[in-house]
Design a protein around this ligand. Structure first.
Ligand code: ATP
Length: 436
């Protein structure tokens, strides 16, 4: 029997993480003699959900087993074992093929806001088993992870975990070796470090059990990459996930400027309506208009160089922007928090200047409205001379602009990945894809 087990929100702020808990469930499933049909899927959902802990990630495990009840109990025990106050764990076990409605639920979970009630309705309709602690919020991610079978573009991540006695302590990973690993494996790994600042990105900064996570195109490359990273502490366990990270999957939905819903994600194209402004804190804002309406686009200070692209825009430029809708507050109107800018068509910009003297080449000056020009240097007068129009170099080109790696979301598609997109997965898992 084909089964899909989804879990979410089994993490807590103090430690632990959904992928880590998932590794124990996978261990139990494999020990029970079940066959995995895919790498565990690490599914990132709408990054603009305000109640997420970190990256709004959920995990789906797809496998074959005879005893669905037994597996469900096993997973429940693992989740209970890790449960800490404050998390709203959700666990869903679905038998058979994933129904179209569950796939649709998952698509919506990538760009919209859903309710646990809606998840429960589908769980009931398709006779799935479920278990939740707390508010039931975790069921949304658990079901949504099952619904995303990663049919389109996908990537992999190898997550290496630390021993429990190291949690919360400094991660002993040699930064130089990370950069060497990046050079040796590029373009097949990504977001290893921030090219602008040199900051290492494979190591998270919180107290969670993750020692490092390496993202890339193929599982084999990730195993090689792991061996290249010098660590001065033990890797307690590791596991490779198949994922929608680095695919821009949350930005495929076209936003309607006439009906922007708070916390939704997507993209929209339009014309720059006003000169961009630089605001307190170094953020840049510009107005975007199309036939549906108008919105304030916010390019925040942490998005680094993307702000300079925004500042270089002028009214009339045609752009597409991707990002998340910021909720309206008493102080601030609805806005779009920008994650990328694609310049579709640049407006030509002209500057007027006084003509040059035909006799000496010096700059001329106006003798008054309709009176012509006089050379400042040699005094030559020309009643017919006119102001000149000179095209100004805009300083930016048409094309795609992203923030630096350190400001990427898990779902952001890095420049390195363009041209490396793939689809279809043969269900084969390589040797050594985990260590428990
Ligand atoms: P971690 O990365 O450590 O797993 P996280 O950032 O994934 O943490 P969670 O603790 O999983 O955060 O919290 C996200 C919560 O939001 C979950 O309960 C999840 O079910 C819920 N959620 C996810 N997507 C949506 C959505 N589109 N609408 C409403 N709720 C959602």
């Amino acid at each position: 029997m084909k089964l899909s087990l989804g879990l979410d929100d089994v993490d807590s702020r103090e430690g632990s993480c959904t992928t880590y808990v998932a590794s124990f469930i996978v261990e139990g499933i494999l020990k029970a003699g079940c066959k995995l049909l895919d790498y565990p899927n690490l599914i990132r959902l709408n990054p603009n959900i305000p109640w997420k802990t970190r990256g709004n990630g959920a995990v789906a495990i797809r496998f074959e087993a005879e005893d669905a009840e037994g597996v469900f109990e096993l997973a429940r025990e693992v989740v209970d074992g890790f449960h800490e106050e404050g998390s709203d764990a959700g666990l869903v076990l679905l038998e058979g093929e994933v129904p179209a409605e569950v796939k649709e639920f998952s698509r919506m979970a990538l760009h919209g806001v859903l309710s646990p009630k809606r998840a429960l309705r589908l769980i009931e309709r398709y006779g799935a088993r479920s278990y939740s602690i707390g508010s039931g919020l975790g069921l949304i991610g658990a079901l949504a992870s099952i619904g995303n079978t990663l049919q389109g573009d996908y990537t992999f991540e190898l997550l290496a975990y630390r021993r429990r006695d190291r949690w919360g302590k400094e991660r002993l990973v040699d930064p130089k070796s990370v950069i060497e690993m990046d050079v040796a494996t590029r373009p097949y790994t990504f977001n290893n470090y921030d090219e602008e600042t040199g900051r290492i990105l494979i190591t998270p900064r919180g107290p969670d059990p993750v020692l490092f996570g390496i993202r890339g195109e193929y599982p084999e490359v990730l195993l090689d990459a792991m061996r290249m990273v010098r660590v001065m502490e033990e890797i307690d366990r590791y596991m490779i996930f198949r994922s929608n990270q680095g695919t821009n999957e949350h930005l495929r939905f076209r936003l309607d400027l006439g009906r922007l819903k708070a916390y939704s994600s997507g993209y929209v194209a339009g014309v720059v309506a006003e000169k961009p402004k630089i605001m307190r804190g170094g953020h840049v804002s510009f107005r975007l208009r199309n036939e549906d309406g108008e919105v304030n686009c916010m390019v925040y200070e942490p998005t680094g160089r993307l702000r300079w692209v925004a500042m270089a825009l002028i009214p009339g430029d045609e752009v597409e922007v991707g990002g998340g809708v910021r909720k309206r507050t008493v102080k601030n109107p609805t806005a779009l928090n920008v994650e990328y800018i694609k310049v579709l068509k640049l407006e030509r910009l002209f500057k007027t200047e006084n003509p040059r003297c035909p006799r000496c080449g010096g700059r001329m000056e106006s003798m008054g409205r309709g009176q012509g020009y006089r050379c400042k240097k040699c005094g030559f007068r020309d009643r017919e001379a006119k102001k000149l129009l000179r095209e100004v170099d805009r300083g930016i080109k048409e094309g795609l602009y992203l923030p630096p790696e350190r400001a990427h979301r898990h779902l952001t598609k890095p420049l390195r990945r363009y041209g490396l997109e793939k689809s279809g997965f043969d269900g084969k898992l390589i040797n050594g894809w985990y260590k428990f």
